[in-house]
Design a protein around this ligand. Structure first.
Ligand SMILES: [Zn+2]
Length: 406
């Protein structure tokens, strides 16, 4: 596929792991079909796994659910765990883990914690709303670093802080939403590692003012952790042993595309939806891992009632195999209904009826259309002015309420 390039030259370990990953992927029906269609054979996959990978199409994120089901069906005998996203922004995402994946995750966390600056003498507390397999992997990682004082703790805002204070951690690992509440009460913490979305400037500043170094652990629920920032700055070092990284060119910067090198549920060429910029040259911390600055999410995700999707996902679902650009406009209708307008090039017009039928068959969105809760319309794209970027998503819902509230 054109437009994608490797973030860094693949290491020998990455090539070997990718070869194994392709073999395992070929045993999952979903990938068997994709691999066959791309003309990749067992022989070419073995001989040049990177070139074979790059012949595959980008993973359509809405296939993540079916892939999880297939991976689960094949791994019932040695299921190590299932990780679920909270689902607050849409249906929960699942990651199926085998026992081998859990061991791999612990090894990965060891490397990431080392990059972040955790040492054997640290007392580490991993705080989350509930003790999750990820928190358990943190502890495993700490143990492998030689640490003997690591604890996972469930805590929610407003709850008693005494258990955490008794632990007197020197390193705290927690999601940003909890750190906002914890930051004012932290004493003696030298390092804070936040996992999840962006940490607010206020919390970050208050942690630094209290003498704590702040590191970002970067990853997605469906991929596990992918990298971490180091003492030298906010750029993320990406761990090459656990995933292969590609960059998809955007109008400005790139989207990070990952292929995970795990056992149960490989994600091949999975677009992260994160806008990144590669950082060239060696890092002052001495690590040879490649670095990216994570600049934010690509703003094409949207929710239609309880269904979360994105322009890219819908494009992959409706227009796979074509180059037609898709723009989406969302508008309110009276009686709490929504108009979904697909804005497409004129030459797609003969297909509009088929596209409507296809969208009505969409596993999540279909019923919204069939029941009339969402109305579907089509519009012809006007040619983009020279040098002007298209707006893939125009969400005008709530505009009237917002105007009248002013
Ligand atoms: Zn570094």
């Amino acid at each position: 596929m054109s437009g994608l390039r490797l973030l860094a030259a693949p290491t020998a370990g990455q090539v070997d792991a990718l070869r194994e990953t392709l073999r395992r992927a070929a045993r999952l029906p979903l990938y068997a079909e994709v691999i066959l269609r791309a003309g990749v054979t067992a022989e070419t996959g073995d001989a040049d796994p990177v070139a074979s990978l790059q012949r595959l199409p980008l993973f359509a994120p809405e296939m993540q659910g079916p892939l999880a089901r297939q991976a689960l069906a094949q791994r019932r005998h040695d299921l190590g765990g299932v990780e679920l996203s909270s689902g607050t922004a849409g249906p929960p995402k699942r990651r199926i883990l085998s026992e081998e994946d859990l061991a791999l995750d612990a090894a990965l966390l060891t490397r990431l914690l080392h990059h972040a600056g955790v040492v054997a003498s640290d007392r580490v507390a991993a705080v989350e709303l509930a003790v999750t397999p990820l928190a358990a992997a943190f502890l495993d990682g700490c143990e492998r670093l030689g640490g003997r004082d690591s604890t996972a703790l469930a805590w929610r805002p407003g709850a008693d802080l005494a258990p955490l204070q008794r632990l007197a951690p020197s390193v705290l690992i927690a999601p940003p939403s909890l750190l906002d509440d914890l930051a004012p009460s932290l004493r003696g913490v030298r390092l804070v590692i936040y996992n999840g979305d962006r940490l607010s400037d206020r919390t970050s500043a208050s942690l630094r003012a209290a003498g704590a170094g702040v590191r970002s652990l970067y990853g997605l629920t469906e991929t596990s952790a992918l990298g971490v920032s180091c003492r030298a700055g906010s750029a993320i070092h990406l761990a090459p042993e656990h995933a292969l990284f590609e960059l998809r060119r955007l109008e400005a910067d790139d989207e990070l595309v990952v292929s995970t090198l795990g056992f149960s549920m490989p994600l091949l060429r999975y677009p992260t939806g994160d806008r990144v910029r590669a950082i060239a040259g060696a890092c002052a911390c001495g690590s040879s891992w490649p670095r990216v600055a994570v600049l934010g999410r690509l703003g094409t995700r949207f929710a239609l009632f309880e269904v979360e999707t994105s322009v890219d996902e819908l494009r992959a679902y409706l227009l796979a195999g074509t180059d037609a650009p898709l723009e989406i406009t969302l508008d309110d209708l009276p009686s709490a209904r929504v108009v979904l307008t697909l804005v497409l090039p004129a030459e797609t017009r003969p297909c509009w009826r088929a596209l409507r039928t296809r969208l009505r068959a969409h596993p999540q969105l279909g019923y919204l259309l069939v029941t009339g809760i969402v109305r579907l319309r089509f519009r012809i794209q006007t040619p983009a002015a020279a040098g002007r970027k298209r707006t893939p998503l125009l969400d005008r819902r709530g505009a009237r309420e917002a105007a009248s509230a002013c």
